[in-house]
Design a protein around this ligand. Structure first.
Ligand code: KG4
Ligand code: ZN
Length: 348
């Protein structure tokens, strides 16, 4: 299995990638951010229609960039869950049509499994280190997962309400910073003082997370400042820095705590929020101090992309896994389940 084609259309990025073995030969991502920015969030119907319009040229672009033709493709990996169903089916239908026309195998990949493998796109010659602890932080998910082997995942903790990326997006919206909010807050926070405001760190059971309390605390503060006409640019920067610090501290704390409790020496941080510069810096420092090896994908592989889907698919396809043409798309699907025998978190 030499060339794998990856397809990702689960949300608002239309993406295709070609891997040669585990090495990325082409990765094309067309973001719909500009389209959805006018509505301040993703409109599912519009996202699906954009995927329909863009996917074919993007597939061709990926093949051209990889310098291969259609018949060179040996297998196809496509995100089929979880995500916006109308968006997922566009990629899935394309994958099935190509698999049929080229007479090649295809597999459906869980979007979060793709994110897990994104940490290893830059190290194609090294074995994937198992077990490792993965912190998955995106617009839709906040999960701490123990990866014990290919396809063998244990859920250690997750958000009980909003995802951390969602908290970034909602806070940015509250402050009138536009969509998506994560990169805006990241930028603003660099000019702000994280100690200017003290927002609550959620106290939840075990290695779980919660962001609704933080969101409410920020909203109250913003309303108070607005009423006093005190929401100037410098104050917005301080709010961003203080919010960001409150958002990332539990992520770092739980990850380090779980690594220590379970005796795991390798940590990854993946998903859109992994691109956050403060999270990257503080996680690097914490892992270095604790003697943990940290894998952080470059920003282009943190946010949604088909290269990570192709890599997850590579391991499934080379292990002989194949899906049938009746494979469906699913809005919701867990990557992993909690396990009764997982160690008790120290802060439980
Ligand atoms: O993984 P992703 O591209 O899509 C999902 O699967 O959700 O993640 C998108 C999320 C958005 O919430 C976006 O605001 C956030 O990642 N994000 C960031 C940064 N870049 C993207 N959050 C904080 N700091 C960033 N630099
Ligand atoms: Zn994602």
């Amino acid at each position: 299995m030499r060339y794998i084609l990856g397809i990702e259309t689960s949300c608002d990025e239309t993406s295709a990638a070609v891997l040669e073995g585990r090495r990325v030969r082409a990765s094309v991502v067309a973001s719909q951010v500009d389209l959805h920015a006018q509505w301040g969030g993703i409109v599912p119907e519009a996202a699906a229609r954009q995927h329909v319009e863009r996917l074919n040229p993007i597939l061709q672009q990926a093949l051209d960039a990889a310098g291969i033709g259609w018949s060179d493709i040996d297998g196809i990996a496509v995100t089929n869950r979880p995500g916006l169903v109308g968006a997922l089916v566009v990629g899935l239908a394309a994958a099935k049509a190509l698999a049929f026309a080229l007479n090649r195998p295809f597999v459906g990949v869980h979007h979060l499994e793709g994110h897990l493998y994104s940490a290893f796109l830059e190290t194609p010659d090294d074995p994937i280190p198992f077990p490792h602890l993965a912190l998955i932080v995106s617009g839709g998910h906040t999960e701490l997962v123990l990866a014990r082997g290919h396809g063998d995942y244990l859920l250690l903790g997750q958000t009980l309400d909003d995802a951390v990326g969602e908290a970034f997006d909602k806070t940015a919206r509250l402050l009138g910073l536009g969509y998506p909010g994560g990169p805006q807050i990241d930028q603003r926070a660099q000019q702000g003082d994280p100690t200017a405001f003290r927002f609550p760190r959620a106290k939840v059971e075990g290695w779980n997370f919660s962001y609704s309390g933080l969101k409410t605390a920020v909203r109250r503060e913003v309303e108070r400042l607005r009423a006093q006409n005190a929401l100037d640019e410098a104050t917005v920067n301080h709010l961003c820095a203080a919010f960001q610090q409150a958002a990332i501290e539990p992520l770092i704390h739980h990850t380090l705590d779980a690594a220590g409790a379970l005796g795991v020496g390798v940590v990854t941080v993946v998903g859109g929020v992994a691109a956050n510069s403060a999270l990257q810096r503080q996680m690097r420092e914490a892992c270095q101090q604790a003697g943990l090896t940290l894998f952080l994908p470059p920003p282009r592989y943190c946010t949604d992309n088909a290269a990570m889907i192709a890599l997850a698919g590579y391991f499934r396809l080379t292990a002989g896994q194949r899906d049938d043409y009746d494979l469906d798309a699913y809005a919701n699907a867990p990557l992993a389940y909690p396990h009764a025998d997982s160690s008790t978190p120290s802060n439980a």
